[in-house]
Design a protein around this ligand. Sequence first.
Ligand code: GTQ
Length: 326
Amino acid sequence: MLTLWEQPHALVLPEPCSPARPWRWSYGPAREYLMRAGDLISAEQAERRVLIMENPGLPGQAAITPSLYAGLQLVLPGEVAPCHRHTQNALRFVMEGSGAYTALDGEKAVMEPFDLVLTPAGQWHDHGNETAQPMIWLDGLDIPTVRLFDAQFSERLDQPTHPVTAPPGDTLARYGRNLRPMRGHVADRRPTGRPLFHYRFADWRPALAAMARSAEIDPHLGHALEFLNPADGGQVLATMSAHVRLLPAGFETRPRQSTDGTVFVVVEGEGEAELNGEVVPLHERDVVVVPSWTRLVLRSSRELVLFAYSDKASQEKLELYRERNL
Ligand code: GTQ
């Protein structure tokens, strides 16, 4: 037994005090390391050729926040990352390359820069690159969350790629346009109740641009749109939420705190993030992690477009989520 009153760290704090640190990974140097990994190991050998972005405040945990994982994955021309499934939820956000695919239960999503692709828990997925260019994307997974609950299972398929079950884009055509099949709805097609797994830059970017033209800007967020599951209007994954933002040139947000530790990717533009008073520059394709309850201010010198994912979906289910707009 332990004496509660002598614990060096208080166990019940007045507000979040994350061990994770605010941090930025510059895309240029990260990309160089990843390409070097490409010389050293094949995607098939590695199963997934990924450089993990580990938060310096969480050494040895392969975590970017206490609940989330992030990595950069490289698939070279002609390669396949073999088919597997697991209880961890995953999202992919394309950093560069065009035309490689993620297949979900045998249906390919052909990936373009800044597309969001989901591989929800329990669904078979493999990745392949039949183009002539390297393909790099950010992997966002809930690995630390599933580890916390000791609830992980995974298995490899006995062949590298899943047999084709539907033509590429089939689900997007049915569920990506405010429509759904009158028969053969979600439950038959994807047992998880998450039919749509591809959210294209070609769709979300014009939506954000239209919002920026006509909506009043939110002083704490900028213009912001959340990705949703068309089957129920909820978050894209059981444990993770994702959104995009636009800050017009010369905009500064008011400070904001939220309990969902968030990973940002700079899609376009230039600016800076002030994280608990520390200023970090923002350039295209940089990755920045903003841990829970960090006081965040964003500034744009050029029109800034950001993608972000967080554990808000988990926290809302557990009735933990809070935010404070200052
Ligand atoms: O592509 O399935 O970065 O299973 C880590 C674990 C990617 C994947 C990661 C994975 C994957």
